[in-house]
Write a protein that binds this ligand. Structure first.
Ligand SMILES: CSCCC(=O)C(=O)COP(=O)(O)O
Length: 256
């Protein structure tokens, strides 16, 4: 059992930490891949979709990596724009990019997925008891994910365990900054009005744990059976710098 003390907020990553990778990759992202064309075509004139299209095109034209090579055009022609956006979004998703524009679009598409019950939010069985125990000790629970805040609220509002969104006091996404940058965690602690060391960050990605620790948060790695960096041999030296738990029931928040 890992004991942590002096914690006012527990900050949770989603993919691989609260929620199975397979759910995010296959069900959520799978829904986007399958329904992107129909979403764009049927809702093309909506302000929200127009904003999403503009943002995606901006990402493609300003990206410094391979995505920038995608052909974009200045056209307002519907079918050309739809084809362009599908090409860019597919490429961004293939590269598992965390671009804010991609995450905004995905989040808007998840609304239909959750409302129609085509998708129901999955969390690991130990997550809800842990959240309840954190709250019972007077600490708060917040989320920091690359998924948009809109998407995060949909996920926690529509889980297999019911609506958990009210148990979470604050949500953060890439509009605060990338999860691999320590400045993002400084901003989060300022927003939460606590000192960084009073935040416990749980993630399956060592690069995120490193950034959080640089900002002096307490960071613990979560090594689920399907987790990402904890099973990457190249990252092992960095992983070994952290406390690693297999599930949330291995962590105990001590009241001061
Ligand atoms: C409903 S949130 C969707 C998750 C997502 O889009 C994502 O990129 C996962 O990012 P995380 O930072 O939670 O690993």
């Amino acid at each position: 059992m890992v004991q942590v003390s002096n914690i006012k907020v527990v900050l949770l990553d989603i993919e691989g930490t609260t929620t199975p990778l397979s759910f995010v990759k296959d069900k959520l992202f799978g829904y986007v891949r399958k329904n992107l064309r129909i979403h764009l075509e049927e809702n093309f004139s909506n302000d929200e979709v127009q904003e999403d299209i503009k943002a995606i095109i901006t990402t493609a034209t300003t990206a410094t990596t391979a995505t920038a090579t995608t052909t974009t055009s200045n056209t307002t022609n519907k079918s050309t724009l739809v084809e362009n956006v599908i090409e860019i979004v597919t490429k961004l998703m293939d590269e598992d990019r965390k671009s804010t524009s991609l995450k905004q679009l995905q989040g808007h598409m998840f609304r239909q997925a959750f409302q129609s019950k085509a998708v129901v939010g999955e969390i690991y069985p130990d997550v809800l008891p842990f959240i309840q125990s954190v709250i019972s000790k007077g600490s708060k629970v917040a989320i920091y994910s690359s998924g948009s805040i809109f998407a995060q609220k949909l996920l926690f509002g529509n889980t297999v365990n019911g609506d958990l969104s009210e148990l979470i006091t604050d949500y953060f996404d890439t509009t605060t900054g990338p999860k691999v940058q320590s400045s993002s965690y400084v901003k989060i602690s300022q927003h939460l009005n606590v000192t960084p060391s009073e935040i416990l960050f749980l993630t399956d990605l060592v690069q995120e744990a490193v950034a959080a620790r640089e900002a002096t948060l307490q960071a613990v790695l979560v090594a689920r059976d399907d987790s990402r960096s904890v099973h990457d041999d190249e990252l092992l030296p960095r992983v070994n710098e952290f406390t690693v738990i297999k599930s949330f029931d291995k962590i105990k928040i001590m009241t001061s």
